[in-house]
Design a protein around this ligand. Structure first.
Ligand code: NI
Length: 224
């Protein structure tokens, strides 16, 4: 007896095995894609996105968060919190007045960038947070920062207050060896942070970023 012409050709067990295998693999891929698609995505926070990054800027992974509330003492000896600067962009650097090289370079760059910004600089509060509160008392800090720019405010505080703000900004600092005269240097990370008026991180500059790059990035962020 012959099979009717419409009957499907019987598939060999080997061929069937391959088809089932392919179907299973496809189903697994689709399932994986759906699972990935359903993952919560970090809020599109930061600035740079996929755009080419200017040299001197640190590429921030999406959702990067840093900073937050702080309580410190300003260079006039007043107790201040982040609320004092609410609504302003903050250009923040962590350093110390006895720093031989990196801090002066960064503060000069910040000062020049602010001047380059012109009237827009009013929207930005530049801050130096001391990571050497033992020596950086308000008066010394004020004398130091205003020599770079009259608008820079120096912030210091208790060891605990400084430790808390450094932790919030993921700033590393440590005391170097003390010499016979009691002098010492502080080791510290040297990024400059630009925070938005909403308190969110906008940009991070590497040590050595030029004033032109800082000014251009601040202008871009202010215009956003
Ligand atoms: Ni320094």
């Amino acid at each position: 007896m012959t099979a009717p012409p419409s009957a499907p050709t019987p598939t060999s067990p080997r061929k069937r095995f391959i088809i089932v295998g392919l179907a299973a693999a496809l189903a697994a891929l689709i399932a994986a894609a759906v699972v990935l698609w359903l993952q919560p995505r970090p809020a599109a926070v930061v600035t740079q996105g996929g755009a080419p990054l200017a040299p001197g800027l640190v590429r921030l992974p999406p959702g990067s968060e840093l900073g937050g509330p702080f309580q410190l003492i300003d260079h006039n000896g007043q107790s201040v919190t982040d609320a004092v600067y609410a609504g302003k962009f903050l250009l923040i650097f962590f350093g110390f007045t006895h720093c031989p090289d990196v801090c002066p370079t960064e503060l000069s760059a910040m000062a020049t960038a602010l001047d380059d910004l012109g009237p827009l600089a009013e929207r930005v509060q530049p801050l130096l947070v001391s990571i050497d509160p033992a020596r950086d008392k308000p008066a010394a800090l004020k004398e130091y920062v205003v020599a770079f720019h009259p608008r820079i405010v120096g912030l210091t505080g208790s060891d605990e207050q400084i430790a808390a703000v450094a932790k919030a900004y993921r700033v590393y600092y440590g005391k170097g060896p003390v010499d016979a005269e009691g002098n010492y240097a502080m080791d510290h990370s040297a990024f400059v942070y630009l925070m938005g008026p909403d308190g969110k991180l906008r940009s991070v500059f590497r040590a050595g970023a030029s004033p032109e790059i800082m000014a251009a990035e601040m202008q871009k962020q202010i215009a956003r």
